[in-house]
Design a protein. Structure first.
Length: 370
C-alpha cells in the first residue's frame, strides 16, 4: 500500500450545545441547539424528522468526555481537525467561547483545530427573504483598530496552541461573512502585522463567499485573503430554468411546503471547476435540512444517505488529489438543527463517518500488486 498525501479535512464545529445566560433570556431557560432538534416534526410524507443522535446522545459540550469522544470519532473517520465557530461581536463582546477556552486551557482533546469567525448579527428570525419581522438580539460591530487589537490579543493565545492548524507557520482563520466587513483589507493587514510580531509568518485568511458572489472571488484575494471557499447548498436553484422555479414556487405556496430537493440531484451542483484552483477550498456537504429552525421556510434535501455522500466525496477528492493545496472543509460536524452533521444518528449510525473514511482510502491510497 502506497501512502499518497492525504487531504486536510476541516469540519465546521458548532459549540451551541450547552445552556448560557443570553440564550436563557432570549429563548427560555435551558435552551440549546437540541431544543429545536428535539421538537422537529416531519412536514411531508417521507420527511426524515426528528433526527435523533445515537452514540453521543443529546450531549452537553461542557462535559470533557463528550469532546474527547467527538475527537476520537472524527480522527477515526479521517477528519483532520475542527473549525470552531467563534462569535466575537466587537467591543469585547463574545458568546459561546467557553468551549474553546476550556479546550485551550486543558490541552484536551489532543486534536487539531482552528477558528471560523461567524461575524454576523444574531437575530430572532422570521425567515422572510427580506428580513422583515426579525428582531436583533446582539449586533455585530466593527470597532476599528483598537477593537481589532483587542480581538487579536484574545485569539493569539489560541493561535499559540500547538494543536492549532497552521499553514507554513500561519494560523488558519476563516471569515464567514467578509462582505459585511467595512474595512476587511485593514483588518487583514493589521492582523498579519501583529501575527508576524508574535513570531508567526502571518495569518492564513480564508474568506467564505456566498455562492452568488463566487464569480468575484478575486475581490477577496486582492483584499488579502489567502484563499476563498463556499458551500453550494443551493446550487441546484441556480441551475433551474425560470419556468421550473415558478412551478415549484407555486406548488410550495399551494401546499405549504418547504423547498424540497433530492440530495442526489442537489449534489451534482456541489462541485465546480473552480474547486481545482489552488486558492479555492472545496466543501463537502453530507446533507441539509433547516426545518427544525425555519419550519416551512426551509430548504430540505431528501434521501441523503452515506452511499450518495461517498460519491460526492470521491468527486471532490479526485480534484483535491491533483492540487498542492489539499484543504477541504466539511460542513459540518454537528449542525443538527440544519440536518448537516457527521455524528452518528439512529437511522444511519456511523455511515457518514465510514463514507469519509472509505473515500480517503479509495482516493488517496493506492493498492498495488506486489
Amino acid at each position: 500500500m502506497e501512502n499518497q498525501e492525504k487531504p486536510l479535512v476541516i469540519a465546521y464545529y458548532l459549540p451551541q450545545f450547552h445552556p448560557f445566560k443570553e440564550n436563557d433570556e432570549w429563548w427560555g431557560k435551558g435552551f440549546t441547539e437540541w431544543t429545536n432538534v428535539g421538537k422537529a416534526k416531519p412536514l411531508f410524507r417521507g420527511h426524515y424528522q426528528p433526527k435523533v443522535p445515537a452514540d453521543l446522545g443529546y450531549y452537553d459540550l461542557r462535559l470533557p468526555e463528550i469532546r474527547q469522544q467527538q475527537a476520537e470519532l472524527a480522527k477515526e473517520a479521517g477528519v483532520s481537525g475542527f473549525c470552531y465557530w467563534h462569535y466575537w461581536f466587537g467591543e469585547g463582546r463574545q458568546l459561546l467561547n467557553e468551549i474553546i477556552d476550556e479546550v485551550v486551557a486543558t490541552g484536551k482533546p489532543d486534536f487539531p483545530f482552528c477558528l471560523g469567525w461567524a461575524n454576523e448579527t444574531w437575530k430572532a428570525k422570521q425567515w422572510n427573504k427580506d428580513g422583515s419581522g426579525d428582531k436583533v438580539l446582539i449586533e455585530q460591530r466593527y470597532g476599528g483598530e483598537d477593537d481589532y487589537r483587542h480581538h487579536f490579543e484574545y485569539v493569539l493565545k489560541i493561535f499559540k496552541d500547538d494543536r492549532y492548524i497552521k499553514i507554513k507557520n500561519c494560523p488558519l482563520f476563516l471569515i464567514y461573512q467578509p462582505q459585511l466587513m467595512p474595512d476587511m483589507q485593514q483588518f487583514i493587514s493589521l492582523w498579519n502585522k501583529w501575527a508576524i510580531e508574535a513570531g508567526f509568518n502571518g495569518i492564513y485568511f480564508i474568506a467564505r463567499m456566498r455562492q452568488m458572489e463566487e464569480y468575484d472571488k478575486d475581490k477577496w484575494l486582492k483584499m488579502g485573503a489567502n484563499a476563498v471557499t463556499t458551500e453550494r447548498t443551493y446550487g441546484f436553484e441556480f441551475n433551474q430554468c425560470f419556468p421550473q422555479k415558478i412551478i415549484k414556487r407555486a406548488i410550495r405556496r399551494l401546499f405549504g411546503l418547504p423547498i424540497v430537493e433530492a440530495y442526489k440531484n442537489a449534489m451534482k451542483y456541489f462541485v465546480k471547476d473552480s474547486d481545482a484552483d489552488e486558492d479555492f477550498i472545496p466543501c463537502l456537504i453530507p446533507n441539509w435540512d433547516h426545518s427544525p429552525r425555519s419550519k416551512k421556510k426551509a430548504l430540505v434535501l431528501t434521501d441523503s444517505d452515506p452511499k450518495y455522500f461517498k460519491k460526492h466525496i470521491d468527486k471532490v477528492f479526485s480534484i483535491v488529489k491533483k492540487k498542492d493545496n489539499k484543504i477541504v472543509f466539511l460542513k459540518s460536524w454537528n449542525e443538527w438543527a440544519e440536518g448537516n452533521y457527521m455524528e452518528p444518528d439512529l437511522k444511519f449510525g456511523r455511515g457518514y463517518l465510514e463514507a469519509l473514511k472509505d473515500a480517503i482510502q479509495d482516493v488517496f491510497y493506492l493498492l498495488k500488486d506486489k
